[in-house]
Write a protein that binds this ligand. Sequence first.
Ligand SMILES: O=P(O)(O)O[C@@H]1C[C@H](O)[C@@H](CO)O1
Length: 209
Amino acid sequence: MQGRFHLYEGYPIQKITLPMRVFKLMGVQTMIMTNAAGGLNQDFKVGDVMIIKDHINMPGFAGVSPLCGPNEDRFGVRFPCMSDAYDRELRGLALAVGAELGFSDFLKEGVYCVLGGPSFETIAECRMLNRLGADAVGMSTVHEVIVSRHAGMRCFALSLISNKAVMDYDSEERANHEEVLETGRLRAEQLEKLVSTLVGRIEPNNNAC
Ligand SMILES: O=P(O)(O)O[C@@H]1C[C@H](O)[C@@H](CO)O1
């Protein structure tokens, strides 16, 4: 996909994730997703690339899930497991590929938290999310992962840490979309290299349901 749909654009969550089911029907076995996210982990720098190892689904806590409503049995089960949402093998492979490409300095692993947006987070929200175990915060990806996993596709996702989440009341920093776009431009080539090299090394998913 070139771009994606977001909750804050006003689309129903089932529409946002419809492309994942189309991919499944087309025979796609592995989903690779990228996003821009604010860094909550104090060890992260702007420009770091975080391999997502797990997520915190805040809209899900409020009952907003792409799987709400009658279950589509032809795609998956009513109550899909999410403890293995981000494929361990692919995460390991990405770390190895990243090391080969000389990207280890900016390649991290962590937990992504999704919120609805479009407003960026308050300082109190950033502090809370960090204490809850989130390393990065954003407005996408998790809904797509849930629908992909429901349909038995393997998932791999990267967050570009495009800005630092503001955690300090004395800070003059402000989250802003221009910085997000600029960091994206600066890392685009390396991200493309990482993903394309990774794709070249992925074995077909013989365990796909
Ligand atoms: O689609 P992603 O999650 O990469 O985009 C993030 C969230 C907002 O759309 C935007 C904020 O700058 O970047």
